[in-house]
Design a protein around this ligand. Structure first.
Ligand SMILES: Nc1ncnc2c1ncn2[C@@H]1O[C@H](COP(=O)(O)OP(=O)(O)OP(=O)(O)O)[C@@H](O)[C@H]1O
Ligand SMILES: N[C@@H](CCO)C(=O)O
Length: 325
C-alpha cells in the first residue's frame, strides 16, 4: 500500500485553495508505488495526482518537477506540475514536501508488444533530444560508487556465488568510462510500470524521481533491460528490435555510444540487481513488504556478460546510414 501519510478532505480542500485548479470533488489513495504517498484528486477544474514525498529532501525535488514541466512543454508525454498561485511547483502538506501534477490517462502494460516497445523507444529518443538542453544538474545517485558501497554491505548477507559475480562485474565497470558519451537529464528508471498507454497510444512517462544527469545511452540500456526481457531474464528479440529501431530512428547513437553499449547494458542490469538485493537483504520499513525479485536482473547481467561484444553488433548494423559515416 502506498498511502503513508493520510490526507483528509478538509486538509485537502484547504490545500487546493493555494492553486488555481477549482474545488475538491473527491480524492482517493493510489495503491501502486512504494516510494511516495499518491492520491488521485478530482476538482471542479480537472483531474490531478497529489504526491507527498516520503524519502526525498526538499532540495532535490525542484530538479524533478522542473524537468517534468520542461519535458511536457517540449511535447514529451509527462505530467506537468501545477503551480501554486505564487508560481511554485513544490509546496508542503502534512509536514511533507508535496506537489500536484496533471493526471494522465492510460495504464501501464505488463507485456508490451513490439508496437508499444517501438513507441517507448521513439519517445525516449525524443526525451533525450530535448533533455540535453535542460539547464539543471543532478548527480546520479545510483552510480558505481553507490553500487560499491552496497556491495560492501552485502558481503555479510549475499551468497558466495552472488558476491563473486558482483565483485567481478564491479571490477569490469571500474574500467568503463562515460566521459565521451552525450549526456543530459535521463529518466533512469523507465520501467514498464512507469509508462502509461491508452488505446495503444503512449500517454505518459511518470515517476521521474530517479532522474539525474548522466549518459543518454545508459538510460536506453535501463529501458531495454526491462521492456524486452522475459521473467527468466531471456531477451525478447522482436521487442528489442522494435525498441531500438524506434529509438535509433529518432536519435542515432554516436560511435562512442556504440562502443560503450555492451558495458552500459551490463551497468544497467547491475544497478537494479544491486538495488533489489539491497531491498531483499536490508528491507526498509513497512513500505518494503513488497520486494521485487533480484534474480531476473542477475540473469540479465549474466546474459549480457556471456554475449560480450555481440550486443554491439545489432546497434552498429542498425544505425541510420549517416551515423556510421
Ligand atoms: N501523473 C499521473 N497520471 C496518472 N497516474 C499516475 C500519475 N502519477 C502516478 N500515477 C499512478 O500512481 C501510481 C504510483 O505512482 P509512482 O510510480 O510515481 O509511485 P511511487 O511510489 O512514487 O514510485 P515507485 O514506482 O518507485 O514505487 C502509478 O503506478 C500510476 O498508476
Ligand atoms: N524500477 C525499480 C524499482 C524502482 O526504482 C525496480 O524494478 O527494481
Amino acid at each position: 500500500m502506498s498511502v503513508f501519510t493520510k490526507v483528509d478532505t478538509e486538509q485537502l480542500a484547504a490545500f487546493l485553495t493555494r492553486f488555481d485548479c477549482g474545488e475538491l470533488v473527491e480524492h482517493r489513495g493510489i495503491a501502486a508505488g512504494i516510494e511516495n504517498t499518491n492520491y488521485f484528486v478530482t476538482t471542479t477544474g480537472g483531474r490531478y495526482v497529489l504526491t507527498l514525498f516520503e524519502n526525498h529532501g526538499a532540495d532535490e525535488l525542484p530538479f524533478f518537477l522542473d524537468l517534468m514541466a520542461y519535458l511536457a512543454e517540449h511535447d514529451i508525454p509527462t505530467a506537468h506540475p501545477v503551480p501554486t498561485r505564487d508560481g511554485a511547483y513544490l509546496t508542503e502538506l502534512n509536514g511533507k514536501p508535496a506537489a500536484l501534477v496533471q493526471r494522465l490517462t492510460g495504464a501501464s502494460l505488463d507485456h508490451p508488444d513490439p508496437a508499444a516497445c517501438a513507441a517507448i523507444g521513439h519517445t525516449l529518443a525524443r526525451f533525450h533530444r530535448v533533455s540535453t538542453d535542460f539547464p539543471e544538474y543532478r548527480a546520479p545517485d545510483r552510480d558505481l560508487a553507490w553500487a560499491e558501497t552496497v556491495a560492501r554491505q552485502l558481503h555479510e548477507k549475499a551468497s558466495d556465488d552472488e558476491l563473486a559475480l558482483l565483485d567481478d562485474e564491479l571490477a569490469f565497470q571500474r574500467g568503463q568510462s562515460r566521459a565521451d558519451l552525450p549526456r543530459g537529464a535521463i529518466h533512469a528508471d523507465l520501467f514498464r510500470d512507469n509508462a502509461l498507454f491508452d488505446h495503444g497510444e503512449l500517454t505518459g512517462i511518470i515517476d521521474l524521481y530517479y532522474a539525474c544527469t548522466d549518459a543518454l545511452a545508459y538510460d536506453l540500456a535501463v529501458t531495454l533491460n526491462d521492456w524486452c526481457v522475459d521473467e527468466r531474464g531471456q531477451s525478447r528479440p522482436a521487442e528489442r528490435d522494435a525498441l531500438l529501431a524506434g529509438y535509433l530512428a529518432e536519435r542515432p547513437l554516436s560511435r562512442a555510444e556504440q562502443a560503450a553499449w555492451p558495458g552500459l547494458l551490463r551497468a544497467a542490469a547491475l544497478r537494479f540487481w544491486v538495488s533489489r538485493m539491497q531491498d531483499q537483504y536490508f528491507p526498509r520499513a513497512a513500505e518494503m513488504t513488497y520486494i521485487k525479485d533480484p534474480t531476473p536482473f542477475r540473469r540479465i547481467l549474466e546474459a549480457h556478460r556471456a554475449a560480450g561484444d555481440r550486443t554491439r553488433t545489432w546497434i552498429e548494423s542498425n544505425q541510420p546510414d549517416e551515423a556510421n559515416r
